[in-house]
Design a protein around this ligand. Structure first.
Ligand code: BG6
Length: 495
């Protein structure tokens, strides 16, 4: 792995929640062991009139909450953290440029810079222009700009933002974040597929009946009602996180593990997926009041900052067809929602059954298409969170015989647990921040990739499709049965 070089890591939105919860702990943990830790400097920037001291204090709190020692934290904060106020308008980029120059001179930094935009999406464009206008898009070393999701809110706005970014930065300087790509188990999808010929040889329409991707959350929208109500679940989760999982499951083997070779294959998948028909391939839902984990919870419309008559979807289930030689005719079902019974990210691959089932309770062979045929198919469950691992389900003979004197089959599974094998998995942000600093764009979304995924969901973004109510703590509205009656991961009402 390339070494971390001395650099300045500038965080826009340094007084915000993401900085405190994710960025500061990840940077601290990364830098703790770097040989050049002294010369890896973080410069927070935001509108608030904070001092270096105030920023350090906020970081110190976050790090102590994460269990780091008082001494190590105090040293790092004093030596490595600085803050620059961007003025009331949040646009004093000249002041920022002067501070960057001054810190680099003073701390003997080589001019390597990352600018992380942890900002509300409407401010991405102005911040990019601001950096370009004062010349912060160039430096004596490397310069990288990191843009959080959502990148645009439809195809046109994503294209416009890409154009704006490219006015000031080359594509290889741009790191579009989707934190799902930093999850160890998501990256492992590639290792699993392309490191094991066993599965790859049956990973196609000849052997797979369907693929289900479930990303369920037990949480509601919490304090983010204002943002979420404008966005909805397709924009918040489907266009990015679920689509990334889909591309990793469906892509062809890349020519190499080079970033562009991989991203090329992902774009190819996205452009093969047919746009879903809002009426037949999609079910939207919105949670009402209910019970999650034994606690009563309010309905979506009663959450702070959500209008009483909102028809924003908090749940989406989709059927997608990947129209290429590998997948044509294999349905990909995507299901995701807030306030479902449990937090679970899982990919279920159902293989085709035996052509003739010999093990029926009445002793008569049947074919799986027959209504009363009891044949069961093999399934592979890839769990990305929590309890990361795999389960491969297969049929075994249960001991003894049934009352008709025939053999009875029972489903059992072979299981692999990530935690048992390797201990706790690293945090996604730490992986991604390291990649930004060492200049590896593999786990970031390329310009054409983000546009292809907005294009794919265009018919769903402003549809007036019905949004079906569901009770919090269930697996979504009953209308989901229209797409798929029995999901492998969890039941509709029964986790
Ligand atoms: C974010 C969404 O991108 O991902 C949130 O904006 C969602 O609404 C979150 O809760 C889920 O991430 P994770 O890592 O907890 O599955």
């Amino acid at each position: 792995m390339p070494d971390i070089q001395p650099h300045l890591f500038v965080i826009f939105g340094a007084t915000g929640d993401l900085t405190k919860r994710k960025l500061i702990p990840a940077l601290f943990h990364l830098m703790e062991d770097a040989d050049v830790a002294r010369r890896c400097v973080v410069l927070g920037a935001a509108r608030s009139d904070w001092s270096d001291e105030r920023f350090r204090e906020s970081a110190r709190e976050a790090l102590l909450d994460n269990g780091y020692s008082e001494e190590a934290v105090a040293k790092w904060c004093t030596r490595n953290l600085f803050y620059q106020c961007l003025g009331e308008g949040g646009d004093d980029y000249e002041a920022l440029r002067r501070r960057v120059d001054q810190l680099e001179r003073h701390l003997d930094l080589p001019g390597n810079r990352a600018f992380y935009l942890s900002l509300p999406p409407p401010v991405y464009g102005p911040a990019i222009d601001g950096l370009g206008d004062v010349g912060l898009n160039e430096s004596p070393g490397w310069t990288r700009v990191v843009v959080e999701k959502p990148f645009g809110n439809d195809l046109a706005s994503a294209q416009a933002l890409n154009e704006r970014v490219h006015r000031h930065f080359d594509e290889d300087q741009v790191y579009r974040i989707d934190h799902y790509l930093g999850k160890e188990t998501v990256q492992n999808l590639m290792a699993f597929r392309f490191g094991n010929a066993l599965f790859e040889s049956i990973w196609n329409r000849e052997h797979i009946e369907r693929v289900e991707i479930t990303v369920s959350e037990d949480l509601g929208v919490g304090g983010r009602g204002g943002y979420y109500d404008q966005s909805g679940h397709v924009r918040d989760m489907v266009q990015n996180h679920l689509t990334q999982l889909l591309t990793l499951v469906a892509m062809e083997p890349p020519a190499s593990m080079d970033a562009n070779a991989i991203r090329q294959e992902k774009v190819k998948v996205l452009t093969s997926v047919q746009q879903p028909n809002p009426e037949t391939d999609v079910v939207f839902g919105q949670y009402g009041a209910g019970t999650v984990d034994g606690e009563p919870v309010p309905g979506y419309r009663d959450e702070p900052d959500v209008p009483d008559d909102s028809d924003t979807e908090t749940f989406a289930a989709l059927r997608l067809n990947v129209a290429n030689w590998r997948w044509q005719g294999v349905p990909f079902y995507l299901r995701t929602g807030k306030r479902l019974p449990t937090k679970l990210t899982q990919i279920a691959v159902r293989f085709q059954g035996a052509p003739v089932s010999l093990f029926q309770s009445d002793g008569q062979p049947c074919i799986p298409q027959d209504a009363d045929c009891e044949a069961r198919s093999n399934e592979l469950l890839i769990t990305l969170q929590p309890n990361e691992g795999f389960d491969l389900r297969f049929e075994v003979k249960a001991p003894g015989e049934n009352e008709n004197g025939t053999m009875e089959l029972e489903t059992q599974q072979l299981s692999f647990s990530y935690a048992d094998a390797f201990g706790p998995v690293p945090d996604a942000y730490e992986t991604l921040l390291r990649d930004i600093i060492v200049g590896d764009p593999t786990l970031f979304v390329r310009a054409d990739e983000v546009e292809a995924s907005w294009q794919l969901y265009a018919p769903l973004l402003d549809t007036d499709n019905a949004v079906h109510p569901y009770e919090a703590g269930t697996w979504g509205p009953e209308a989901v049965d229209r797409l798929l009656e029995s999901w492998t991961s969890g039941g509709r009402s029964d986790p």
